[in-house]
Design a protein around this ligand. Structure first.
Ligand SMILES: Nc1ncnc2c1ncn2[C@@H]1O[C@H](COP(=O)(O)OP(=O)(O)OP(=O)(O)O)[C@@H](O)[C@H]1O
Length: 800
């Protein structure tokens, strides 16, 4: 008879057998999980308690040893870093070595600090008697032939911890989950995969889902936590999928897409460190609220070299503080905007009606229509971006003007040197240069876009083929208005269309790079010679560092990671790009991301059923075909770890109204709290809302509540609640996620979760845009425990 060894199995939570059910669903068998049972107090039970206490003590001893090792490593690394920083002067070679060491020790210290909490969380016992502990990083026993003390969760040896099942044990006899608090082992639970052993009376088997359920049922804090200790098999397969190509992860609400995406970033950086450290990894989220919600996950896994950004944050120097209406954002996000922008740029390449007169050398000179037309055609034929084509236009114009001056002076009397001189003088003449430049000016993206969006005539001209009157009216705004996220994709496109005439800067960069490379090769050569003399066996510098990498590090002595450098460089291309809530991106946003990832090494996670943006995706194929045709892989997540069954049943009605073919993910647990609905008179909505919020806050204690309202009620509801319940710290800004209650519009709750969610006026949410039902589906699926619906207007059919 198996015993229950968990002290704190979750109370009201009931598993729905989903985990076990997956075996029959054909997704691979799962281990037999031995359920907790209530037993009469007997001598057997007392014995088992004693066994349990002994096991905890043994684990504590081991875990303490690991922390001891961690402390030693920290001390050692700190000492080395201090020594390195204390050194000054020396040869260029010594300085290079110092820079490399400083960077290495700093990164190592960050990693060692990040793993303090939950250092070791699991163990696997193999058939051959070997036992491995699994944790947040790898630790080895140097005094014992580098025997592993702790296996990094990302290492191949840790895989069975996540994947082994009773039917496919992979040599694993038992899997143990450790529950720790700081450095203390509080409890453990075992899954016996070797059923023969279990039947023979091995009595340390536990309810396998308890650790997972305890995690899922915990109160939310406003910050996403890592799931490293409880990654499920279907998630593990995605996390460890290969680096190359486009992988789409489709999954309903709460299936762990965000969690998987972030753990995949950590896994890829661990496994392909050299490749990805150079180019960096970009994680794209839908808005800054979401980014701050997930911001702690990667640092807690010891990874700091990832750039987290929205698409709107990818243009250095621009902060998108403005907001567009859903319809304006949709228009700005259309692929056809490329043509509008191209036309806007072409509109800036002008020819005079007849001619422009300037004075040169006290004589009138004509910039003629025919010359300008020929120069423009030549520049356009080159297909160079506007600012690079400008050189061709200018050359052609100055050539025509030189001829004009030469004709006036008498061409036959002039030789080549005279012509060169005239050309130089023309170029140096400010008046002439200004007149030529006015026809084909040097432009910046912000200038072109601001001019275009604030000028009805410019919009009419550029948009004549692609925008109707109403659409142009939607785009028109004040000159100098704040940039919006949708504008950023337009600016990025314009940067491509305009190009940057950086010929001189590039030549200087190339020269520096050549010098650095030559120098780095020299340094490596000297280091190698020293090492050969010192120790034949030791790992050589050149084994871990090639001249190119060394040169790159040389060039960035300021200790910047690839992510930091990437944030400052619009043209940076990443080693891997991960996009969360990928269904929301517009065609223009995809163009930005594809430019940042020419290798197409990408992970895109999202849910087509949750698409709220009018310009968002309705199928993955439609998004990806233009870039990779059908060369992309699809992985699906099917289990909902967030939303309890009671709430998901309700949300499923909305989903089936959206698309009868879409299946809601199966909830892994139920909470025992059926969702409630309350109809109130419109005039009482405010008072009832205050009451409902107080009631819910009392229910969830330390947890978090979100009040999700239609955009037009956002301000009013926020003010009302903040005034009525000041002591509850009702946040009204997305950045207030950590306050007990926060009032948000649907767009802002995308990707987030709360213990309790109160949806106000769902009919107004569904009526807001064409994607209103998708929005309602998102709002309903944010709760981990409780859901309430408050309304004065009749409920949408799906909720009745
Ligand atoms: N294996 C796991 N162990 C513990 N918690 C998990 C696991 N998988 C998912 N979760 C938890 O489930 C919740 C939902 O996960 P996540 O936010 O990643 O889902 P999602 O698919 O991105 O949802 P949505 O599409 O609704 O934004 C989170 O609290 C996450 O930590």
């Amino acid at each position: 008879m198996p015993v229950r060894c968990t002290a704190d199995a979750p109370g009201p939570v009931r598993t729905r057998g989903i985990l076990a059910g997956r075996a029959s669903a054909g997704r691979g068998p799962v281990p037999v999980r031995i359920r907790p049972e209530v037993e009469p107090l007997s001598s057997t039970r007392v014995d088992r308690e004693a066994v349990r206490t002994r096991e905890i003590a043994a684990e504590q001893e081991y875990v303490s040893k690991l922390y001891g090792k961690l402390d030693l490593l920290r001390e050692e690394t700190t000492r080395r870093l201090r020594e390195t920083l204390g050194q000054t002067g020396g040869s260029p070679q010594a300085r290079t070595e110092r820079d490399i060491s400083t960077r290495m020790y700093t990164e190592r210290l960050t990693q060692l600090s990040a793993v303090e909490h939950g250092l070791c969380f699991g163990r696997i016992d193999q058939d051959d008697g070997e036992t491995f502990h699994i944790g947040r990083l790898g630790l080895f026993d140097e005094d014992n032939d580098y025997e592993p003390l702790l296996i990094d969760w990302r290492a191949p040896a840790a895989r069975p911890f996540y994947l082994a099942t009773a039917a496919a044990r992979d040599g694993v006899r038992l899997r143990r989950h450790l529950r720790t608090s700081w450095r203390q082992v509080r409890d453990f639970e075992d899954e016996i995969l070797d059923l023969d052993a279990a039947e023979q009376g091995q009595d340390l088997g536990l309810a396998g889902e308890a650790t997972l359920l305890a995690r899922l049922d915990a109160r939310r804090t406003g910050q996403m936590q890592d799931i490293v200790a409880t990654i499920q098999a279907e998630q593990d397969r995605i996390i460890r999928a290969g680096l190359n190509g486009v992988l789409v992860v489709q999954g309903g609400p709460g299936t762990g897409k965000t969690a998987v995406a972030l753990h995949r970033a950590a896994y890829l950086l661990y496994t392909f460190r050299e490749q990805l450290t150079k180019r960096g990894v970009l994680v794209v989220g839908p808005n800054t609220t979401f980014l701050s919600y997930i911001g702690q996950v990667l640092p807690s896994l010891g990874e700091t070299g990832v750039l987290l950004s929205t698409v709107g944050g990818l243009y250095p120097g621009i902060t998108a503080t403005g907001a567009d209406s859903a319809r304006t954002a949709e228009i700005k996000g259309r692929e056809s905007m490329v043509k509008v922008l191209t036309a806007a740029v072409r509109d800036r390449q002008q020819v005079p009606k007849d001619h422009v007169e300037v004075t040169f050398d006290h004589e009138p000179l004509h910039l003629r229509k025919s010359d300008a037309t020929a120069a423009r055609a030549k520049a356009r034929r080159s297909r160079k971006p506007h600012n690079l084509g400008r050189r061709i236009f200018r050359d052609a114009m100055f050539e025509a003007l030189t001829t004009q001056v030469a004709d006036r002076l008498g061409r036959d009397l002039l030789d080549r040197r005279d012509l060169d001189e005239i050309r130089q003088e023309l170029r140096a003449d400010a008046g002439v240069a200004a007149a030529v430049d006015a026809l084909w000016p040097e432009l910046t993206p912000t200038q072109v876009l601001d001019d275009l969006l604030s000028d009805a005539t410019a919009l009419r001209s550029a948009g004549r083929k692609h925008l109707d009157d109403d659409e142009r009216a939607q785009l028109l705004r004040e000159r100098g208005a704040a940039w919006t996220p949708a504008d950023v994709a337009l600016l990025d496109e314009l940067a491509e269309l305009l190009g940057e005439d950086d010929t001189q800067a590039q030549a200087e960069r190339d020269r520096q790079q050549r010098e650095e490379l030559a120098y780095a090769q020299g340094v490596l050569h000297i280091m190698e010679q020293d090492e050969e003399i010192a120790d034949e066996e030791r790992l050589r510098v050149s084994d871990v560092l090639d001249a190119e990498l060394l040169a790159e590090r040389q060039g960035t002595r300021s200790d910047m990671t690839a992510a930091q450098r990437a944030a400052e460089d619009r043209t940076w291309t990443f080693g891997h790009v991960i996009v969360d809530e990928a269904q929301e991106l517009s065609a223009m946003a995809w163009r930005v991301l594809m430019r940042r990832c020419p290798s197409r090494s990408m992970t895109l996670v999202g849910d087509i059923a949750q698409t709220g943006a009018l310009g968002g995706a309705s199928s993955w194929d439609e998004v990806l075909h233009p870039y990779v045709k059908d060369r992309w892989k699809l992985a699906e997540l099917t289990v909902n770890y967030r939303t309890p069954a009671e709430i998901m049943d309700l949300a499923a009605n909305v989903l089936s109204e959206l698309d009868t073919d879409l299946a809601a993910p199966s909830s892994v647990r139920s909470s025992g709290h059926p969702p409630w609905t309350r109809e109130v008179a419109e005039r009482d909505l405010g008072t009832e809302l205050v009451q409902a919020v107080s009631g819910e806050l009392a229910e969830i204690g330390e947890g978090r509540l979100a009040v999700v309202v239609p955009p037009h009620l956002l301000e009013r509801a926020g003010e009302r609640l903040a005034a009525a319940l000041p002591e509850q710290v009702v946040g009204t800004e997305p950045d207030d996620l950590e306050s007990p209650a926060v009032v948000l519009a649907v767009e802002q709750v995308k990707g987030l979760e709360f213990d309790s969610v109160l949806v106000v006026e769902p009919a107004a949410i569904t009526g807001e845009t064409e994607r209103g039902l998708n929005d309602l589906y998102v709002a309903l699926t944010r709760a981990t425990q409780r859901l309430g619906i408050l309304h004065s207007a009749p409920l949408p059919a799906a909720l009745r």
